[in-house]
Design a protein around this ligand. Structure first.
Ligand code: MN
Length: 200
């Protein structure tokens, strides 16, 4: 049984950029629902019940066809949110190896910000924008619905949830305003740690 992870911070920790009510509903209702439906989908598939959730999503094409869509959507929702909570923290300045790598790849932090914000703001419908490592190289991408870069063999370093449930209570239809505020709640220390662990 996969369990909803506890957050290492309070629902109000990201105020005013992401409000406490949104965090509470997002974690305790939406993420819980993905968790429950993921468990229901793989029930009785003993091999998968013992696997790490990330490994199931990495090897989605090995999941039996009859439950593959349910695993893709709900297992994807489960692991994407697990990851998302970890890269959120208020007022962390970018530093270390990831700062150097971003400046090298995108010319400047401002250019990176523009490209990431554009991927998040212009993605049509529900989904996620990501900073990933693809064969050792930084890349910005978006995925629809609950698809994960893990399924494409890429390693997530940072993500923003652009489903309406992630911002609608506070920002309503103004996704770009949410995306802009998001840059105040990126846990760059965590992103740097993930970058260094993957590069190693
Ligand atoms: Mn979400």
């Amino acid at each position: 049984m996969f369990e909803l992870p506890k957050l290492s911070y309070g629902y109000d920790a990201l105020e005013p950029y992401i409000d406490a009510k949104t965090m509470e509903i997002h974690h305790s209702k939406h993420h819980q629902a993905y968790t429950d439906k993921f468990n229901a989908a793989i029930k009785g598939h003993e091999k998968m019940e013992k696997m790490k959730a990330d490994d199931i999503i990495k090897n989605l094409n090995h999941v039996p066809e009859g439950i593959r869509t349910a695993v893709r959507n709900n297992g994807g929702g489960y692991v994407n949110h697990n990851f998302f909570w970890q890269v959120l923290k208020k007022d962390v300045q970018i530093s270390g190896d990831i700062k150097v790598a971003i400046n090298q790849k995108f010319d400047s932090f401002e250019k990176f910000k523009e490209e990431f914000a554009s991927a998040a703001s212009t993605h049509f419908g529900s989904g996620w924008a990501w900073l990933v490592l693809n064969k050792g190289k930084l890349e910005i991408m978006a995925t629809p619905n609950q698809d994960s870069p893990l399924t494409q063999g890429k390693t997530p370093l940072l993500t923003i949830d652009v489903w309406e449930h992630a911002y609608y209570l506070k920002y309503m239809n103004k996704r770009p305003a949410y995306v802009d505020a998001f840059f105040n709640v990126i846990n760059w220390d965590k992103v740097n740690e993930l970058y260094k662990n993957t590069k190693r």
